[in-house]
Design a protein around this ligand. Structure first.
Ligand code: NDP
Length: 466
């Protein structure tokens, strides 16, 4: 006897991955329910990429105001009003929440507002936001609940905030401590500093952004210091002290204390599986809580799939979206969609930005028997009259055995916009001679990519040549 279910697909979580999967499946005529207890759009729309980028724009004005003087502008002392930024940002996010709702509804998917828990391999219980409960059955269940900020246990941890709270602060602090050395830590350190907050960044290791190209990461650290951020490397926070729910200082392992009215922990994100009822299924989790899936995003429970931050491959919105596309193709298409995790470009919206595609120099020298490195460093044209602003660094890595460009890294203004274009060239297998044959756009910073003629470093068999 054929079992019938209420839905072909029940998607738990209306973030970037879940929404895309729901819309694509509905467009194929599938009966789809999407369950979400929070605002639609997930981390990226609500407490991630989108509001963060708006805050980065806000923070950049302080340097632009300073730079404008060299161009003849005379401004009074600029003032900044945090509630205006916060509330304008929130209004924009609410507009996007509405767009997400319309996109889902017009696709034919049903949006169920509530908190889902998997009751059995084909059954989902929803605690409805309006009260009460619904029990839904589905042929397939997709877990797309994303991640949550992780704050390590330490005395006073309850006084710290995560990136989630940063978007809704009552007021901006005068002094802030940011803990961590990854994407969120450097991005928020730049935002706070740009908005006029005395900012200290504390990282336990010797180098920020340890997964990124060392030369750029080190240069970024110098730029952050030049911009006024106090940077403590090789430094551990052992306690946060405060009163009435508000922090006053952080204590370092060295014994010193730093006064601070806000302590932001940006120490990674963990898969959001709490309350999801996975104990009622055969779904297997890794030690860090993320869901184990195969190349088709199937969990160990045959009816249940997972994508996005929950599976902890690359915690990036465009990756979750591509995983959704590939999954829907596997489930309801011809299964030919392949997602390659190689050469995925990414950017850190620090000030200045870093953007990158392909392996770092440290990784590439191990991967390629013959590696040529081209590096250029120069003052952007804007800074010439402005007198303020750091240098741009660009780096191309070339597999010298076949002349193929394998990576491009950039630090400086518009790095993300530039690297996105280069990522296409690298994905297409462009050679260094293709770069050399391309005519530059003048005057631009990007033209440097096609005028790199001098090899800066050569590695043969992983060894730096003299
Ligand atoms: P990251 O993984 O980038 O960085 C986490 C940082 O916290 C690391 O420096 C890590 O140090 C440190 N850390 C971890 N545990 C501890 C601890 N117990 N005590 C002190 N420090 C600790 O995570 P983020 O939180 O910055 O961001 C999460 C993810 O979100 C990113 O990995 C990225 O995928 C995504 N993201 C993407 C953005 C973008 O595309 N622009 C922007 C923001 C986030 P160590 O390296 O020593 O382990």
């Amino acid at each position: 006897m054929k079992v019938t279910y209420d839905y072909d697909l029940i998607v738990i979580g209306a973030g970037s991955g879940g929404v895309r999967a729901a819309r694509l499946a509905a467009a194929k005529g599938k009966r789809v329910a999407v369950i979400e207890g929070r605002a639609l759009g997930g981390t990226c729309v609500n407490v991630g990429c989108v509001p963060k980028k708006l805050f980065v724009y806000a923070a950049q004005f302080s340097q632009l105001f300073a730079q404008s003087r060299g161009y003849g502008w005379q401004l009074g002392e600029p003032g900044f009003d945090w509630p205006t930024l916060r509330d304008n940002k929130t209004a924009e996010i609410e507009r996007l929440n509405g767009i997400y709702l319309r996109l889902l509804e017009t696709s034919g998917a049903e949006v169920v507002r509530g908190w889902a828990s998997v009751a059995a391999p084909h059954q989902v219980r929803v605690a409805l936001c309006t009260g009460g409960e619904r029990l839904l059955s589905g042929a397939t269940i997709l877990l797309a609940t994303g991640g949550e900020p992780f704050i390590p246990a330490l005395p006073g941890a309850e006084l710290a905030v995560s990136s989630n709270e940063m978007f809704y602060l009552d007021q901006l602090p005068e002094r802030a401590v940011v803990v961590g050395g990854g994407y969120i830590a450097v991005e928020f350190a730049g935002i706070l500093n740009g908005l006029g907050v005395a900012t200290t960044l504390i990282y336990r290791g010797p180098r920020l952004l340890k997964a990124f190209d060392a030369e750029l990461a080190e240069r970024l650290a110098a730029e952050l210091r030049d911009s006024g951020i106090e940077l403590h490397l090789n430094s551990d926070v052992v306690a946060i002290h405060g009163q009435q729910g508000r922090p006053q200082s952080v204590e370092l392992a060295s014994g010193s204390r730093l006064a601070s009215d806000l302590v932001l922990y940006a120490t990674g994100r963990r898969a959001a599986t709490a309350g999801l009822g996975l104990e009622n299924t055969g779904v297997v989790l890794r030690e860090n809580g993320s869901v184990v899936v195969d190349e088709r995003f199937a969990t160990a429970e045959p009816s249940i799939y997972a994508i996005g931050d929950l599976i902890d491959r690359l915690q990036l919105t465009p990756v979750a979206i591509r995983e959704a596309v590939a999954l829907v193709d596997h489930l309801y298409g011809d299964g030919s969609a392949v997602l390659s995790y190689a050469d995925i470009p990414t950017a850190i919206f620090s000030q200045p930005e870093i953007a990158t595609v392909g392996p770092s120099e440290e990784q590439a020298r191990q991967q390629f028997a013959e590696l040529d490195v081209y590096v250029t460093e120069f003052k952007p044209m804007l800074a010439t009259l402005a007198g303020v602003g750091g240098k741009i660094v660009m780096k191309l890595l070339v597999d010298a055995s076949c002349d193929r460009v394998v990576a491009a890294h950039m630090l400086g203004e518009h790095a993300a916009e530039t690297i996105q274009g280069l990522a296409i060239a690298i994905k297409a297998g462009a050679s260094k001679s293709h770069f050399d044959a391309t005519v530059g756009i003048h005057p631009s910073a990007a033209e440097e990519w096609v005028t790199l003629r001098q090899v800066s470093r050569r590695y043969r068999g992983g060894q730096l040549q003299g």
